[in-house]
Ligand binder design. Sequence first.
Ligand code: AN7
Length: 349
Amino acid sequence: MQTLIEAYRSFLPVPADARVISISEGGTPLIPLTSISLRDRGIAVYAKCEGMNPTGSFKDRGMTVAVTMSLWSGAKAIICASTGNTSASAAAYAARAGIQAFVVIPDGQIAQGKLAQAMMHGAKVIQISGDFDDGMAIVKSLADETGIALVNSVNPHRLAGQKTAAFEIVDALGNAPDYHFLPVGNAGNISAYWLGYNEYLEAGRSNQRPRMIGCQASGAAPFVLGNPVERPETVATAIRIGRPQSWDLARTAQKESQGWFLAFSDEEILSAQRDVAERDGIFCEPASAVCLAGVRESIDTGVIPDDSVIVCTLTGHGLKDPATAIAQSPAPTRVRADVAEVRAIISAD
Ligand code: AN7
């Protein structure tokens, strides 16, 4: 099978002699969302399902390039701070490359599936009594001091890899969409998509660029507020970030594309997550669902014209965070292991 790097090699900085570290990332499905699309108005909404990547999030696109390039330049270890998904991906790609990963995570604030991944792939997991922004400051200074390769999205190879999602969307639709909604935390992904859409336009593979709409949690919404947030809080722990590293790039993406930023409460985020799970059969994590709340609100408030094509990125798989899913769901009905008792429940439904 072709790796992501091979598929888009001419757009990537990977030298021909580099040993490519791949776990078959990318090539994720673009699925029409019947729960939000409005056929009578010609509004088509598609989900780019990044939870289908090997470690269950979009981070793998960036990590294949970042780890390949780190190895090529002689790194023996990689380091990152993470709200969970970056650590899971870094751990897996380091394992594949045969090098050590050090991951710095906020104490008690990462979803269980992500922690399990980092641990299983053999990363050294360092839990700090602080949040992601504290962790980011620590790994930046340690990477400088030790020469360990930093694989957070301040590493430009991460953005280079992640821009391939925009390429795949244009390849699938035959053009760029009119609007692209995505969750924003550290702001690497929105910056990467904008790079990708621009490069494809310049290469003549599309004839337009979408408006970029960044969606945040109300308790962690620095772009909506216009300044960093101290002590960010949200149920969507993946985007519990108050000092986004790619601030300028993300602002540029929003301004150049004539897009905007939105924020949603935890309640709205969980309701959007449940809605797409129940109505479209797609289980994404809370942080991903924030962009569905964004699409719905933008349609409802009338800012999306008829006949628009909308893509939203569902950045991570719902199985990453089973605890949040179970906590917001009705408890299973308990009965004895008895046909009559089970039949009674079914007939009552
Ligand atoms: C599911 O793992 O920052 O705006 O350390 O896991 O590019 O940061 C995760 C971010 C959206 C936000 N959706 O993307 C990390 C981390 C999910 C995520 C984001 C993240 P960026």
